[in-house]
Design a protein around this ligand. Structure first.
Ligand code: CDP
Length: 220
């Protein structure tokens, strides 16, 4: 069974998806972390995200592997754990450009289908319910207003020792939303058959329970 959770950056997707996976005993897959890891590889190779041929070469040379235990998506790039570095500012600023490339999407989607297709999974991203698993049994689209999203992201960054003003964060979020929803391949959009959850005024427990209750009531 697949529970697909899509939505824009810092909307509360990851926390919700992890909590849902824990309650249901499903695998949790963070597809954004995969695009972030590819972006890190591209930047480390000194390749510009706009250089599609260069990105393709990087994709062919690196090894990406995943450890999907303990409700986190640990990403290894050339056998090195990059779960921390992929949250940095440079990766965040370039990830939308790298993930807009077809060559990147095709490779990531194939891996996602292989992992999620084999077991009950909660998969979060931008195109899970539309492209990766269009026949997912459950689809949710998570949103929140910009103020709330920026405050959440500011807190996330603080945990990583990064200080950013709310204004800068809002600008970054807006830039990324525009790129993610206007790109040619698999743009961010609400799947027609998804249930929308606005998390602006919800607690984490409420967000998690909304999804868990709906999955449980329909699977009974
Ligand atoms: O953590 P945050 O909400 O900031 O974003 P993320 O889920 O880590 O995703 C980072 C970026 O990867 C997004 O802004 C998209 O450009 C890209 N992405 C994508 O294209 N398709 C996905 N299924 C997931 C992420």
């Amino acid at each position: 069974m697949i529970v697909a959770i899509d939505g824009p950056a810092a909307s509360g997707k990851s926390t919700t998806a992890q909590g849902v996976a824990k309650k249901l005993g499903f695998l949790y897959l963070d597809t954004g972390a995969m695009y972030r890891a590819v972006t890190l590889a591209v930047l480390e190779a000194g390749v510009k995200p706009s250089d599609e041929a260069g990105v393709e070469t990087v994709l062919g040379e690196v090894t990406l592997s995943f450890e999907l235990e303990d409700l986190s998506t640990q990403i290894l790039l050339n056998a090195k754990d990059v779960s921390g570095p992929i949250r940095g500012l440079e990766v965040t600023r370039n990830v939308s450009a790298v993930s807009a490339l077809l060559v990147v999407r095709e490779k990531m989607v194939a891996i996602q289908r292989q992992i999620g297709g084999g077991q009950d999974s909660v998969v979060e991203g931008r195109d899970i319910g539309t492209v990766v698993f269009p026949r997912a049994e459950f689809k949710f689209y998570v949103t929140a207003d910009y103020e709330t999203r920026a405050a959440r992201r500011q807190w996330d960054l603080k945990q990583l020792g990064i200080e950013r003003s709310l204004q800068v964060i809002v600008e970054d979020l807006k830039r990324r939303d525009i790129k993610d929803s206007q790109r040619e391949h698999s743009p961010l959009t609400k799947p027609e058959d998804a249930i929308e959850i606005d998390t602006t005024k919800l607690t984490i427990q409420e967000q998690i329970n909304t999804i868990v209750d709906s999955v449980k009531s329909e699977s009974e």
